[in-house]
Write a protein that binds this ligand. Structure first.
Ligand code: SAM
Length: 248
C-alpha cells in the first residue's frame, strides 16, 4: 500500500523548506494542496518540478475528497498533503484524511517543519513546559469576551492566532478580561523580513498596538495564570530584533 504524508511548508522564509519536503514534492504521486496556485508558487521558488498529480484539498472539500485520495493510497500511491503555510491540520486542512486513513488502516506519516505556534511560543520568553494552543480567537466581541473569561484561570501559556484587522479589538478585550499586568508576547511576520516580537505586559502590548499598529500575520502568546513570574509590574516593554532582509 501507499502512504499519506503530511508535510509542513514554510510560513514565510522559503529557506525553511526541508530537503524532505522538496523530495516529496518531486516524487509524490499525488499532491493534495489547500491552494494549487500557492503550491506551484512554492515549487517555483524552490526550483522544484512537482512530479505528481495536483488536486485541490481545502476546508470545503476535504471530507469529500479524503476517501478518493485514500483509494489511490490503497492502490500504492504516495499522497502528499500540504496547506498554504505551516503544518497541515493546524488551523488548516488535513485532519479529515488523517482520521479516515487511521480508520482504514492506511499508513500516514509526517514530514514536520515550520508552524507559527511553536515559533511564537519559543520566542515569547514565556514558560514553554506547558502550553495550550487555542487557534483563532472568536471573531465577535461578545463571544470573544465570554470565551476569554473561560481562559482566565488557565494555568498554561496560551497561544492564539489572530488576524490583522481584529488585533485592535482583540487586544482591548484581552486587557478587559485578563487585566493589565500579565506578561504576553505578540509575534508577527515570523521568519519573514519584518519579523518582530513585542514582549511586555498586556497593557503595554495593547498600547503598542494603538501607537504602532502591527502589520502582517500575528500570533499572540499570553502567560498562564500560574504564578508570580508571569506578572511584571513596571517592567519595560521590549521589542525583539527585526530580522531584516539579509537575515538567514
Ligand atoms: N498551519 C499554519 C501553521 O502551522 O502555523 C497556520 C495556518 S492559519 C490559517 C494562519 C495563521 O497562522 C495566521 O493568521 C497567523 O495567526 C499564523 N501565522 C502563520 N504564519 C505566520 C507568520 N509567518 N508569522 C506570524 N503568524 C503566522
Amino acid at each position: 500500500a501507499g502512504t499519506v504524508v503530511l508535510a509542513a511548508t514554510p510560513i514565510g522564509n522559503v529557506g525553511d523548506a526541508s530537503p524532505r519536503l522538496v523530495a516529496l514534492l518531486e516524487r509524490a504521486d499525488i499532491v493534495a494542496a489547500e491552494d494549487t496556485r500557492r503550491l506551484y508558487d512554492l515549487a517555483n521558488r524552490l526550483g522544484v518540478r512537482v512530479g505528481g498529480k495536483v488536486v485541490a484539498y481545502h476546508d470545503h472539500n476535504e471530507r469529500g475528497k479524503a476517501d478518493g485520495l485514500l483509494d489511490d493510497a490503497e492502490r500504492g500511491a504516495t499522497v502528499l498533503v500540504v496547506s498554504d503555510a505551516g503544518m497541515p491540520t493546524i488551523n488548516d486542512p488535513g485532519l479529515a484524511i488523517v482520521r479516515r486513513a487511521i480508520e482504514r488502516g492506511i499508513p500516514v506519516t509526517c514530514a514536520p517543519g515550520p508552524s507559527a505556534v511553536l515559533d511564537a511560543l519559543a520566542l515569547s520568553g514565556l514558560p514553554t513546559d506547558r502550553f495550550c494552543y487555542e487557534g483563532f480567537l472568536p471573531r465577535r466581541h461578545a463571544e470573544r469576551i465570554r470565551y476569554l473569561r473561560t481562559m482566565l484561570s488557565e494555568p498554561r501559556t496560551i497561544v492564539w492566532y489572530e488576524t490583522l484587522h481584529r488585533i485592535d479589538e482583540s487586544m482591548a478585550d484581552i486587557l478587559e478580561v485578563f487585566g493589565s499586568e500579565r506578561l504576553m508576547a505578540m509575534a508577527r511576520e515570523l521568519t519573514k523580513d519584518h519579523e518582530q516580537v513585542r514582549r511586555g505586559t498586556i497593557a503595554q502590548i495593547r498600547q503598542s498596538v494603538l501607537d504602532d499598529p502591527p502589520r502582517g500575520e500575528i500570533v499572540l502568546v499570553v502567560a498562564g495564570a500560574s504564578g508570580d513570574e508571569t506578572r511584571a509590574a513596571g517592567a519595560a516593554m521590549e521589542v525583539g530584533t527585526v530580522l531584516g532582509p539579509e537575515a538567514l
